[in-house]
Design a protein around this ligand. Structure first.
Ligand code: UD1
Ligand code: CA
Length: 458
C-alpha cells in the first residue's frame, strides 16, 4: 500500500521503568524496544517513519543513524500524546495520505495487524480509526465509549474515567490510522482540561464526532499484540512473547530446540536446519549458525559466524568468532573476537583464543591461551601452551607453521615464529624463532639427587 506515513511517539522518559535509560531503548529480544514498532510500520509500507523524541533524544536518534526512511521531530517538553503528534507537522509537511500513529513502547505489534487496520480504515473512508482490544485487565488504559448505535464517540483515560466508565472492557491501544488532512487541521484544537493537564491525542476521537467525519474502531484479533510496556514486569513479559515467536519460526524452519522456553535467541539470528540447541543457550544478535550443528547447554554466542556440522560443547562463550565446518569447541572454551577456525579444528576445555587463526585440522585440546596467533594446518598445541603476546606495552604475534607439534606447557614469547614441521619439546620457553623441521628444547637439565628425602628425614 502506498501513501502511508507513520508517527511513533518516543519522547517520554518512562518513569515507571525507574531507569537511567529512556524506556524505548530498553532491549527486548536483542534490540531496543523502539526498533520493533519501527519495523512493524515499515512492514506495513510506511515511509517516512517519524519518531517523536524528547528524553535522551540523541541516544534514540543514534540508533537510527543510517536509516534513510526515518525522520525526527523533537518534543522538548512532554505535554501529552496530542502535543507530541503536533510536533510532527514540519516533518510531514507536504505529505497527504494516511498516517499511522504508534507508540514506541509496543514491541509486540505485528505489521500484518497494521496492514489490516489500514485496509479497514481506507475501505470505510474513515478520517480516524482506532485500534482497540479487550484485554484480561483493562486497568490503566483509555476506555472506548460508544453510543447506542455502537459508534465510537470518545476515549476516556483511566484517570479521568467515572466508576461506570472504568467498567468498560474495550480499551484504546494507542494505535490509530488518521488522514493527514484531518489530523493536522484539528491537532491544535486539543485542550488540556483533564486530570493530568496534558494534551491527549485521544481527544481527536471526540473532535471527529463534532466535525461529523467518520471515526471508527477496529478490534485487534490478539490483545497481546497491543500490550504497552510501562514497567520492567511488562518488559519481561513482552520479551518472553517475542522470544516465543522467534523460537517458533526457527523450529518450523527445521531447528531443534530441546526446551524453547529456556532458549534465548535474539532477533535476526539465523540458524540452519537440523541444528539442535540445548537449554539455556544465549544466542545473540548478528550470529549465523549453519546446518546440523549441536549447541550444548549454557553456550553464550554473539556476533559469530558458525559453519555446518559444528559442535559447541556446554558452557562455552563465543564472541565475534568465525568457525568453518565441522569445528568442535569446548566444553567451557572462550573464543574472543578475531578468532578464525578452519574446517575440522578442535578447541578443547579451558582454551581461550583471541585474534587467533587456526588452519584445517589443528587442535588445542586443553588449558591453553592463543592470542594474536597465526597457526597453520594439522598443528597440535599441547596442554597448557601459552602465547605470551603482551609485553606490558604492546601486543606481538606468534606464527606457527603447518604440522608443527607443540608439547605441553610451552610458552611462546612473541614475536616468535615456529617453522613448519618442527617440534617444540614439553616445558620449553620459546624466545627465538625455530627453523622448519627442527626440535626446539629449552629446559634446565634434570638433576636426580638419590637418597635426598631419606637424608632430610634423619
Ligand atoms: C496512552 C493513551 C491511552 C491508551 C494507551 C495505550 C493518551 C492520552 N492515552 O496512554 O488511551 O490506552 O496509551 O498504551 O494518548 N509520549 C510522548 N510525549 C508525551 C507523552 C507521551 O512522546 O508528551 C509517548 C511516550 O513516550 C509513549 C507513548 O507516547 O511511548 C504513550 O505515552 P504513555 O504516557 O505511555 O501513555 P499511556 O498513559 O499509556
Ligand atoms: Ca503506555
Amino acid at each position: 500500500m502506498d501513501n502511508i506515513a507513520a508517527v511513533i511517539l518516543a519522547a517520554g522518559k518512562g518513569t515507571r521503568m525507574k531507569s537511567g535509560l529512556v524506556k524505548v531503548l530498553h532491549p527486548a529480544a536483542g534490540r531496543p524496544m523502539i526498533a520493533w514498532p519501527v519495523d512493524a510500520a515499515r512492514g506495513a509500507g510506511a515511509a517516512p517513519v517519524v519518531l517523536v523524541v524528547g528524553h535522551q533524544a540523541e541516544e534514540v536518534r543514534s540508533h537510527f543513524r543510517d536509516a534513510a526512511d526515518i525522520r525526527f521531530a523533537l518534543q522538548e517538553e512532554q505535554l501529552g500524546t496530542g502535543h507530541a503528534v503536533a510536533r510532527t507537522r514540519e516533518a510531514l509537511a507536504g505529505f497527504s495520505g494516511t498516517v499511522l500513529l504508534l507508540c514506541g513502547d509496543t514491541p509486540l505489534l505485528r505489521p500484518e495487524t497494521l496492514t489490516t487496520l489500514i485496509r479497514f480504515h481506507r475501505s470505510h473512508h474513515a478520517a480516524v480509526t482506532v485500534l482497540t482490544a479487550v484485554p484480561d485487565d483493562p486497568h490503566g488504559y483509555g476506555r472506548v465509549l460508544r453510543d447506542e448505535a455502537g459508534r465510537v464517540v470518545r476515549i476516556v483515560e483511566q484517570k479521568d474515567a467515572t466508576p461506570a466508565e472504568q467498567r468498560i472492557g474495550e480499551i484504546n491501544s494507542g494505535i490509530y490510522c488518521m488522514e493527514a488532512e484531518f489530523l493536522f487541521a484539528n491537532i491544535d484544537a486539543i485542550g488540556s482540561d483533564n486530570a493530568q493537564n496534558e494534551f491527549y491525542l485521544t481527544d481527536l476521537v471526540a473532535i471527529a464526532g463534532q466535525k461529523g467525519v467518520t471515526c471508527l474502531a477496529m478490534s485487534a484479533a490478539d490483545a497481546d499484540e497491543i500490550m504497552g510496556v510501562n514497567d520492567r514486569v511488562q518488559l519481561a513479559e513482552a520479551a518472553r512473547i517475542l522470544r516465543r515467536r522467534i523460537n517458533r519460526d526457527l523450529m518450523l524452519s527445521g531447528v531443534t530446540l530441546i526446551d524453547p522456553e529456556q532458549t534465548y535467541i535474539d532477533h535476526g539470528v539465523s540458524i540452519g536446519p537440523d541444528t539442535a540447541i540445548h537449554p539455556n543457550c544465549h544466542i545473540g544478535r548478528g550470529t549465523v549458525i549453519g546446518a546440523a550443528c549441536t549447541i550444548e547447554a549454557g553456550a553464550h554466542i554473539e556476533r559469530c559466524r558458525i559453519g555446518n556440522d559444528c559442535h559447541i560443547k556446554a558452557g562455552s562463550v563465543l564472541e565475534g568468532a568465525e568457525l568453518h565446518d565441522s569445528v568442535a569447541v569446548g566444553p567451557m572454551a572462550h573464543l574472543r573476537p578475531g578468532t578464525l577456525l578452519h574446517n575440522h579444528v578442535k578447541i578443547g576445555n579451558f582454551v581461550e583464543t583471541k585474534k587467533a587463526v587456526m588452519g584445517e585440522g589443528s587442535k588445542a585440546s586443553h588449558l591453553t591461551y592463543l592470542g594474536d596467533a597465526e597457526i597453520g594446518r594439522d598443528v597440535n598445541i599441547g596442554c597448557g601452551t601459552i602465547t605470551c603476546n603482551y609485553d606490558g606495552v604492546n601486543k606481538h604475534r606468534t606464527v606457527i607453521g603447518d604440522e608443527v607439534f607443540i608439547g605441553s606447557d610451552v610458552q611462546l614469547v612473541a614475536p616468535v615464529t615456529v617453522g613448519r614441521n618442527s617440534l617444540v619439546a614439553a616445558g620449553t620457553t620459546v624466545t627465538r624463532d625455530v627453523p622448519p623441521d627442527s626440535l626446539a628444547i629449552a629446559r634446565a637439565p634434570q638433576v636426580n639427587k638419590e637418597g635426598w628425602r631419606l637424608r632430610k628425614k634423619q
